[in-house]
Ligand binder design. Structure first.
Ligand code: EPU
Length: 339
């Protein structure tokens, strides 16, 4: 492992916030986890595990240790009659992993193509897009428990996966470091086109039986049409979660706002409102406050207009939360995490 002090994190968070950390520890091999635990560094103030930094809003100065896994590895574990078990290290870029699996004819990740971030972060927030979530393909997660010094495998059903949620955000937060994830991927490809916008985009391509690659390419094209390119515009992807409300509340809203956008969830007792629609209808789309703005193609995304700080992001997020509450009586929750 490599330890650097007073380390600038500007290139390690997709929002592009110019933050400095007391210590930055690069984890280059699986053996580094044992060394890190023995080093005592993690008992010297708080610590933060940072993959690609695609979902965090950093303060100007992080008074603690940032742990940055970069170890990459993808391997096939067992070939079952029905599926492939594939293991990937935490530092493997998610997008690379998805493409690698498609090229090897291991299926199930196509709808999650193009998501920024690393494999290690996927189970933490249960990344999801176009009708699929990481929980649908994760078999188990391996982590180092810094409290007990033990290494553990946790099975999917114990991970308490929910919408952008897992046990790694609650009981195991600030206590464990995920170092690899095991996936179960299908041997044959079945397109998953339940998300209407994806089905329509595949249809537009005029292919009757799309290949996995074609579905993944369509997903990437859809993402590119709505989300800013992290290489040129700083953002954290969706900044807010789509709020889940009782279906009664949705029907109430529809009386006043007949075109409010919502998707059914679970047994129909609740619906997920499109936060982008709520924010847009509060007039925020394309607007700015200081150096932070609301993206003009997708109101769910906050963007760095140049040199923004974490506290500016917090102020804009709070202003949006207040407006959505006042206009629709709906509580918005941040998906991005303020460190
Ligand atoms: N909409 C608006 N105005 C906007 C944005 C959206 O009216 O400015 C309405 C439109 O009707 C649109 C609908 O909301 O059809 C849904 O929009 P979109 O398909 O862009 O999806 P989303 O619900 O805004 C979620 C995820 C995204 C994921 C897409 C596709 C969350 C918080 N976000 O966004 O995830 O890519 O669905 O599945 O659940 C991320 O988490 O970083 C992320 C990008």
């Amino acid at each position: 492992m490599k330890i650097q002090t007073n380390f600038n994190l500007k290139n390690h968070n997709t929002f592009g916030i110019n933050a400095v950390a007391d210590r930055f520890v690069t984890m280059e091999s699986p053996d580094d986890y044992e060394d890190l635990m023995r080093s005592g560094l993690l008992h010297d103030g708080p610590f933060l595990v940072l993959g690609a930094g695609s979902n965090v809003i950093l303060p100007d100065h992080y008074h603690g240790t940032v742990v940055h896994p970069v170890h990459r590895n993808i391997r096939q574990i067992v070939v079952d009659r029905n599926c492939n078990f594939i293991e990937a290290s935490a530092g493997t870029p998610w997008s690379f992993f998805v493409d690698y699996c498609i090229a090897n004819e291991w299926y199930g990740l196509e709808n999650l193509a193009g998501i920024p971030g690393t494999v290690g972060a996927a189970p933490v927030q249960n990344v999801g897009a176009y009708g699929i979530e990481a929980k649908d393909v994760i078999e188990s997660v391996h982590y180092f428990d810094l409290l007990t010094g033990q290494q553990c495998w946790i099975k999917n059903d114990a991970c308490q996966f929910g919408y952008r949620h897992s046990i790694f955000k609650t009981e195991l937060a600030n206590r464990v470091i995920v170092d690899r994830v095991r996936f179960h991927l299908a041997k044959g490809f079945t397109p998953q086109l339940g998300y209407k916008a994806l089905a329509a985009a595949v249809d537009q391509r005029g292919v009757v039986a799309p290949t996995a690659r074609q579905v993944a390419d369509t997903v990437v094209a859809l993402r590119n049409s709505k989300l800013p390119d992290p290489a040129s515009i700083g953002s954290a992807g969706s900044f807010f979660k789509n709020p889940v409300v009782p279906s009664g509340k949705y029907h109430e809203l529809r009386l006043q706002f007949p075109d409010v956008v919502a998707f059914p969830v679970g047994d129909g007792k609740e619906v997920k409102l499109a936060a982008g629609w709520l924010i847009e209808h509060c007039g925020w789309k394309g607007r700015s406050m200081g150096n932070v703005g609301v993206y003009d193609k997708q109101a769910l995304v906050l963007v760095n207009r140049g040199g923004c700080t974490g506290s500016e992001v917090r102020q804009l997020a709070q202003a949006i939360i207040n407006d959505v509450k006042n206009k629709f009586d709906v509580a918005l929750d941040c998906e991005a995490i303020f460190v």
